[in-house]
Design a protein around this ligand. Structure first.
Ligand SMILES: Nc1nc2c(ncn2[C@@H]2O[C@H](COP(=O)(O)OP(=O)(O)OP(=O)(O)O)[C@@H](O)[C@H]2O)c(=O)[nH]1
Length: 284
């Protein structure tokens, strides 16, 4: 199965964003804590260029604390500081604002050296659809002015917002590649709904999710536990592959309706009902 994109407005938004990026000093790169690697965009370094970058790993509440620590350690080893946030409730957002402000201090030092007057640092929030960019912007603002919605692809227009005397923020749309060649990443994005306007098969995606989770639990059960999953669906997820499992659960709980089962399972994952489940672990 291939996941297809309908990237019309996204391509347009990408062009607009590129234009706005010319006026930006700091890029806030937002990723999804459940899939910090799949929500990395290969073009990001070229977008960031010589600007400062603040790496934000959002939805930290959705993964286990130990998984988060493992990622923190991994990013540190890569020479990166990852700021973990829960943009919905605000945890970690102050540290992000401090990092942006600090980039502004550096900027104004350079301006001062060149005999220029200080000005607010200009920042932009970037990331895949639905990773929580609007929620983060709202939190940075401390009030609700940007629409934050569950559905992907909601943010469409661009505008500057003054957050403080030191920081100006661009409300930018999620940037998604018009085509993802890596199908493994595409599946992960579909599971997390970070995919934008894509057509995909719920049954294939749900089955892939079960396979993925089983593999991760087998790799390190201290970082990911499927106990919530197993108790909710009353079946031992280790008993079969994802596709068989889906059919078994459908038979057991949903009168054989596999599509409904798949949708329910994906929804349970996305709403956190199945527990704190990451879909990626730091590479060894
Ligand atoms: N649990 C949890 N949910 C979050 C978090 N951040 C955002 N959300 C929720 O995720 C959904 C998407 O958030 P948005 O802020 O709209 O995402 P976006 O990246 O702006 O989305 P687009 O406009 O589609 O690009 C909303 O339902 C938010 O409430 C978080 O840290 N934890």
């Amino acid at each position: 199965m291939k996941i297809h994109w309908y990237p019309g407005h996204i391509a347009k938004a990408e062009r607009a964003l590129k234009e706005q990026l010319k006026r930006v000093d700091v890029v806030l790169e937002v990723r999804d804590a459940r899939i910090p690697l799949a929500t990395y965009h290969p073009q990001m370094p070229s977008w960031v260029g010589g600007k400062a970058r603040v790496l934000v790993i959002n939805r930290m509440d959705m993964i286990a604390p130990r998984a988060r620590e493992a990622w923190e350690t991994w990013f540190e080893a890569q020479g990166e500081t990852a700021y973990f946030t829960n943009a919905e409730h605000g945890q970690g957002v102050d540290a992000v604002a401090d990092a942006v402000q600090n980039a502004g201090v550096q900027l104004n030092k350079r301006r001062f050296d060149r005999g220029m007057l200080p000005r607010p640092v200009r920042a932009v929030v970037m990331g895949f659809p639905n990773v929580g960019k609007s929620a983060l912007i709202n939190r940075l603002l401390g009030r609700r002015v940007v629409d934050s919605a569950r559905r992907a692809g909601v943010t469409k227009s661009l505008r500057w917002i003054r957050i403080s005397d030191e920081i100006e923020l661009l409300d930018a749309p999620g940037v998604i590649p018009t085509r993802i060649n890596n199908q493994e990443n595409a599946i992960k994005l579909a599971i997390c709904e970070d995919i934008g306007e894509a057509a995909y098969d719920n049954q294939v995606v749900a089955a892939a999710m079960v396979d993925l989770l089983q593999g991760l639990e087998a790799a390190d059960e201290t970082l990911i536990s499927l106990s919530g999953f197993k108790s909710r669906y009353k079946l031992d997820a280790a008993s079969s592959n994802g596709e068989d499992y889906l059919h078994e659960v459908a038979k057991d709980k949903y009168k054989g309706d596999v599509e409904r089962t798949a949708r329910q399972m994906l929804n349970d994952f996305r709403t956190g009902v199945l527990g704190q489940l990451t879909l990626e672990l730091p590479p060894a």
